[in-house]
Structure formats: C-alpha cells, structure tokens
Design a protein around this ligand. Sequence first.
Ligand SMILES: [Zn+2]
Length: 127
Amino acid sequence: MGQADEGSLGHLGALWNAGVRLRCPACGRGALFEQWISARDTCAACGQALRMGNGDFTGGVYLNYGITGLLGFLLFLQLEHAGYSEGQEIAVLIAFVTLLPLVTYRHTRAVFLAMLYRAGSLHHATP
Ligand SMILES: [Zn+2]
C-alpha cells in the first residue's frame, strides 16, 4: 500500500499508528521496531519501506527535544507554583529531561517516520 492508494490511512491515521502504536504508518499492522531501538527497514505486513534517508533521524531528535523542552518548562512552572526549593526543582528537572527522551524516543522517531511516509520520502533498504 502506497501513500497515494485509495485505502491509505490518512495523515492522522498514519501518525496514530506510528506514534502511539509503533506500527507501520501505511498499513497499521507491522511493527516498526524489532527490539527496543532496532528499527525495521521494511514493514513485515505490507512491505512498505520504513528506512529513513541519511540524516532524517534528526527530525525525530528535534521533535523529542521540543517535547522535552515544552514539558520541562511546564513542569518547572508547576514546581515553582507548588513552592519546591530550588535544589528540589533542579533535581526533578534533571531527572525529567534525562528520562523523558529515553521513554519517548521510539514514539517521536515513529511520528517523524509517519511524516516522511506521508511526504513520500521513505526509501527502500539497500542490500
Ligand atoms: Zn505496513
């Protein structure tokens, strides 16, 4: 199933399947990752190329930075409002900005992969 197929999932469906379910943005069935961070080159269910071009992985990293920065700032405001000491705030924020990117890495990478899929920028694996 290609991007232009009548039965494609649409942009929101592709984002949902990839970003939340970690499934192929084209069919919604094949897993994007073989293991924790080992991404597949093609979808096992539909054969859609899932390999990003050189440097495309940075899109997911930037997305991850943005989410971490935004949520970290909101957490900072909440900690300030709750009256925590500066030391407590720093400890919580360091833990947050260290752990959140690790937890969300696969999801932000998958969202960017879905964006590349919708843009027609995914490449087939080379032998
Ligand atoms: Zn697929």
